[in-house]
Design a protein around this ligand. Structure first.
Ligand SMILES: C[S@@+](CC[C@H](N)C(=O)[O-])C[C@H]1O[C@@H](n2cnc3c(N)ncnc32)[C@H](O)[C@@H]1O
Length: 333
């Protein structure tokens, strides 16, 4: 529902004037950072403004939301946050590149040691704090925590031979970076297959050597896995194969073809873990992602996730118990 302020203005206009005023107040007072109250107030008004935009564009849909002045103004303000700017404008050329994911992880309230603090203007801090509350980003952060715990458990089990892991579309694999820091003397060989040509540079130059030495990057698209083209660049079989944030871009046919292939790459016993957003996303969150961020993904139902590897017996299938998060396990016995 559109809400009108006492002076006849709506939540969007109220937000624009509030955003301008709060920034001016902070700058005039000589502070470099907003207070906790200013941040909270800003976020609340920001998301009211999203509701307003969502209601308005749903009530009178337009082909190009950028032709709407308020929409443009809201977007211009949002992309002052670097993570939002990357999501919307995709400087790597496609949505969901690993550098954007790195920025999403850095929006967490307790960033890890690999993320040095960044110098920000008060305006940037305000919009970033509001953007950090995005439903999808919270899910991505939660998903990484689940994968991290799963990896810690696996790495801690004590292995005679190196545990062989394959991460398909692994990007910066922050969950692995965090997990390996927690397990002293982990015996693991972690292979990432990823099509982004900048990834070897990232792992070589931006990740501490004690973590990166466990990791091999195979720069190739997943289709080369299916065609067998990159077979000689990979170990024969793996104890764990995982993929997080890649299946969200694959249609059901390609996804099940790839999942079945990945399952066939497992040793027995072994596990295939796939993380894919489920389609329980609330309406406002979907509007924000699709219309404001122009970020489109393939969400799946529980049954579609289960159907990715139909040959697996019901006892070999498991799912992380969260209604919003599609993290599923297929086990080979
Ligand atoms: C959303 S990121 C996920 C990164 C990481 N797995 C995570 O969850 O933080 C998707 C990754 O998949 C890679 N990717 C996308 N399409 C691919 C393809 N067809 N073949 C190989 N890698 C792909 C991208 O380069 C990117 O690093």
């Amino acid at each position: 529902m559109l809400s009108e302020g006492q002076d006849g203005s709506n939540d969007l206009d109220q937000f624009f004037s509030f955003a301008r005023d709060v920034e001016r107040t902070i700058l005039k007072s000589g502070r470099s950072e907003p207070t906790a109250n200013e941040i909270q107030d800003y976020s609340w008004k920001y998301w009211r403004a999203v509701d307003h935009l969502c209601d308005r564009l749903q009530a009178s849909p337009i082909n190009d939301p950028l032709s709407d002045r308020s929409f443009r103004k809201f977007l211009e303000l949002t992309v002052r946050c670097e993570a939002a700017w990357r999501s919307r404008f995709r400087p790597h050329g496609y949505p969901g590149d690993y550098r954007t994911m790195e920025l999403f992880y850095r929006l967490e309230e307790t960033p890890d040691k690999e993320s040095p603090p960044k110098c920000k203007t008060p305006g940037e801090t305000l919009v970033e704090s509001a953007f950090a509350r995005t439903h999808g980003i919270r899910l991505i952060q939660k998903r990484a925590k689940i994968l991290e715990s799963f990896l810690v458990e696996r790495l801690s089990a004590g292995h005679q031979r190196p545990l062989r892991m394959l991460d398909v579309g692994g990007g910066g694999a922050r969950y692995f970076r965090r997990a390996i820091r927690k397990v002293v003397d982990a015996n693991v060989s972690y292979t990432i297959i990823d099509q982004d040509p900048s990834l070897p540079h990232f792992w070589c130059n931006e990740i501490p050597a004690d973590v990166a030495r466990n990791v091999t990057i195979v720069s190739a698209p997943v289709k080369s896995l299916l065609s067998g083209e990159c077979a000689e660049r990979l170990p024969d079989k793996f104890d764990l194969v995982m993929s997080s944030g890649l299946f969200d871009y694959l249609d059901q046919g390609t996804a099940s073809q790839l999942a079945a292939h990945l399952f066939s790459m497992l040793r027995k016993p072994g596990a295939l873990v796939i993380a894919n957003m489920l389609n329980s996303e609330p309406g406002q969150a979907a509007f924000f992602r699709e219309t404001i961020m122009d970020w489109h993904i393939v969400k799946r139902t529980d049954d579609e996730m289960r159907g990715l590897v139909p040959s697996v017996e019901p006892e070999g299938y498991d799912r992380f118990p969260d209604v919003d998060l599609g993290v599923v396990y297929f086990r080979s016995r």
